[in-house]
Design a protein. Sequence first.
Length: 385
Amino acid sequence: MSAHYDVVIVGGGIAGLSLASTLAGQCSVALIEAEQTLAYHTSARSARQLIPSYGPPVVQELTVRTLDLIAAQDTERPEPVLTPRSFLLIGDEASVRAEASGHMRRITHAEALDLCPALLPDSFSAAGLDTGSFACNAPVLLEDHRRRAEAGGVDIITGARVHSAQRLGTGWELGAGQEGFQSAVVVNAAGAWADELAVLSGVEKLGLQPYRRTAAIVDVENPLPEACPMVAAADDSFYFRPDDGQVLISPAEHVPSGPEDARPYPGDIERLVARLNAITTLGIRSVITAWTGLRTEAADGVPVAGFDAEATGFFWLAGQGGYGFQTSSAIAELAAGLILAGQGPAAPAAARTPAVSPSVPPARDASPASRTAEALAATRWSIRR
Ligand SMILES: Cc1cc2nc3c(=O)[nH]c(=O)nc-3n(C[C@H](O)[C@H](O)[C@H](O)COP(=O)(O)OP(=O)(O)OC[C@H]3O[C@@H](n4cnc5c(N)ncnc54)[C@H](O)[C@@H]3O)c2cc1C
């Protein structure tokens, strides 16, 4: 016997959980996660920073909207998700000019050194600063999505990998673990496995590519002041930021990988430690912990949020790359609007008009990736900075 839902979300990372909490109470929803714990993969491995000036214009717009949505919910939370932490970009003039866009303003060399005295003066010649950037308490955000989802009636099933999915009649039939599920809509929020899930569902894959990225917490002789911004090289060769008296560092690598439970490669963090000890006064003494996650990207670098062009009721929520947290609430809002308005569950009785109604043409001839770009471009958020 299969359980029936309007929407089944596959994947319990930030993408799946934020959509589940947004849809909660509006239609019947199940979220299925392969691992025993939610947010086991990339969503547990991020640098936890939301940066309005980071990414292509569509991503920047989604980030601003996400910050608004999270800030509004922070007023109701005992522990806030957002804490102001600026983002400082350093490098030579050409690389900083190329990267400093949108919400970032150029600052002088002396101003940058004031903000991060740990930088050796000759380690950079140009800088940009994004003061609208925030540290994100990711565990609190994820837990809050889970709590809101369950409070709104979402069934969350962990330890059940979706191993089969096929279109039957007007809906989908999925097998996960020992259980069966039927739904009008399947949401593919499977992160690095999104293309694999498409293939096992008989849906043409999009060519989503996971890329490795490693980070570590290190112990230092000279801790950064907690007010120090996150510091990133404009040539994408490293970043670091304060982390409760220690320092989070990353070599910011972008190395293709298959979908897997990624682990750090020997040498990656050690080489970065040597470099940072040469260009800062941090004095890194030891590596406390290191991890690797997979940032999965579409070819155009824009997250994919939209119904598949061919497979009715198959919704892509994937390709968030390095922006999965900073775009999460806005993409969930957009996706929920598309699902409730579009080829989603047959007009669920409890459905209400989404707070933001994206004006998305129901065209079925474009690819999901280009439809996402169109949908996002056509969306007019109610609040804009
Ligand atoms: C080092 C690093 C730093 C980062 N820093 C930032 C940052 O500062 N800010 C930011 O916004 N983003 C950052 N990111 C990116 C962000 O972490 C990701 O974009 C985001 O976590 C992706 O979330 P997701 O839910 O799509 O994927 P995931 O968290 O990987 O979730 C997908 C889930 O789907 C499940 N799944 C897959 N296949 C199946 C199946 N068949 N059945 C059931 N379940 C399945 C998986 O088990 C997994 O739990 C960073 C990433 C890395 C690696």
